[in-house]
Design a protein around this ligand. Structure first.
Ligand SMILES: CC(=O)SCCNC(=O)CCNC(=O)[C@H](O)C(C)(C)COP(=O)(O)OP(=O)(O)OC[C@H]1O[C@@H](n2cnc3c(N)ncnc32)[C@H](O)[C@@H]1OP(=O)(O)O
Ligand SMILES: O=C(O)CCC(=O)C(=O)O
Length: 376
């Protein structure tokens, strides 16, 4: 079995999506289901945000979940103290590593970055914590500076390095090369953190894994800063089906967790969203439906039940006679060729008028109306 660990950050980077604010109850519900489906690690939030966030995190710590819990921190000792106060045993310490970020935050002084990183790692290690470090904007960092920084961080006691494509500017080929260089030069494992600004977050996460990264940050529905992060459901299903990685995640509950996060975040999932969108197993087009009726694999990459969905065959503007006859036969209606074509023409017209496919009731009503006219 190939080993890749999911470190889900819905409760940290996911919640950083503009306009999202989970309640304590929602944070707990999300943590519980992430744990129940077998996610290995959960980034629970940012203790430095203050008392309310610390209370929510402490509540999650008290659930005694199977998953490892991780708090996100700046390279600031007070942040780490706040993580310790929540009862966390794992901390993630982030520093900016690109010139543009170091200029904005520390007036271009990389020595300050290194000093802060040193002091905070030492503090955390002295307190017996597992220390993950993150290179914010790793993808735009000068490569030799980044490598030197992570190499000293591993000497200071860091146990993992998170490679962050903070503004989502990589493609999978560049990601592979950059991450491969780190993986082959470091003794600590590398974690992927990718953003979706060019729609490549999942592809880049997979490229990093191919290059040897051991873990990957995900968020449910891809929720997160700006265009979001690599989606949990996409990474898990792609690893399973494209690379045959069994992560031990209960994929049948991916739809359930997607719906929970959609509701808690206030951001519904678009119907075409990979893996969890409403249309992922809906077929209307004649040629597709004809194929699916014979063998679902003709137009489906895996069975809908695997992610908690059901297949839907709907009649609309693009449907053909095979689908129409199949649906009508389920209602005991058998039409001849001419009648079938006449119903199809009417379906097309009504779909255009309604700008959608027809419900089963609307289809039956349409057929009944036609049958009356054929009889008279
Ligand atoms: C790429 C990412 O996603 S990084 C995570 C981003 N997440 C968030 O910002 C959400 C949570 N953040 C917060 O609640 C607040 O920003 C806090 C509590 C962390 C800090 O709040 P404030 O003290 O009001 O500072 P503010 O947010 O305006 O500015 C950030 C400060 O952190 C500093 N900083 C930024 N990154 C780091 C870092 N990795 N290590 C150390 N300091 C940092 C900035 O230089 C700035 O410092 P300054 O106040 O001395 O100028
Ligand atoms: O964990 C870090 O170091 C930063 C993570 C992050 O959210 C990002 O870089 O986009």
């Amino acid at each position: 079995m190939n080993k890749v660990l999911i470190n889900d950050t819905t409760l940290r980077d996911g919640e950083q999506a503009a306009g999202v604010a989970f309640s304590v109850e929602e944070k707990i519900a999300i943590a519980l289901i992430l744990d129940a489906i077998g996610v290995h690690e959960i980034e629970v939030g940012i203790p430095a945000m203050g008392k309310a966030e610390q209370q929510a995190i402490a509540n999650i710590v008290n659930l005694d979940l199977q998953a490892h819990l991780l708090g996100w921190n700046r390279a600031v000792i007070a942040d780490i103290q706040a993580s310790i106060a929540c009862g966390l045993q794992r901390v993630h310490i982030s520093v900016p590593v690109s010139a543009i970020q170091i200029k904005a935050k520390f007036q271009g002084r990389s020595s300050v970055v290194l000093q802060k990183l040193h002091d905070s790692i030492s503090f955390a290690v002295d307190h017996g914590l597992f220390v993950s470090i993150g290179g914010e904007d790793s993808s735009r960092a000068e490569e030799s500076f980044l490598l030197d920084l992570v190499q000293v961080a591993q000497e200071w006691g860091a146990s993992r390095f998170r490679f962050c494509d903070t503004v989502g500017i990589l493609d999978p080929f560049t990601t592979y090369n950059k991450v491969r260089q780190l993986v082959t030069s470091l003794t600590i494992p590398v974690e992927m953190h990718t953003h979706n600004d060019f729609g490549l977050a999942t592809a880049n996460a997979l490229a990093g894994i191919k290059a040897g990264a051991l873990s990957v940050n995900t968020t449910v529905n891809g929720l997160g800063e700006r265009a979001g992060n690599a989606a949990l459901e996409e990474v898990v299903m792609a690893l399973k089906h494209l690379y045959q990685y069994d992560l031990g995640i209960d994929t049948k509950r991916l739809l359930e967790i997607s719906q929970l996060v959609a509701s808690a975040s206030g951001y519904p999932v678009p119907p075409w969203k990979a893996i969890v969108g409403e249309n992922t197993f809906a077929h209307e087009s004649g040629i597709h439906a004809h194929g699916v009726l014979q063998n679902p694999h003709t137009y489906e990459p895996y069975a809908p039940e695997e992610v908690g969905r059901e297949r839907r065959l709907v009649v609309g503007k693009h449907s053909g006679r095979h689908l129409l006859s199949s649906i009508l036969e389920q209602h005991g209606i058998v039409l001849n060729q001419e009648e079938t074509q006449s119903v199809l023409d009417a379906v097309r017209q009504e779909s255009v008028e309604k700008k959608r496919s027809l419900t089963p009731q609307e289809l039956l009503h349409l057929v009944q109306t036609r049958q009356h006219s054929w009889a008279s």
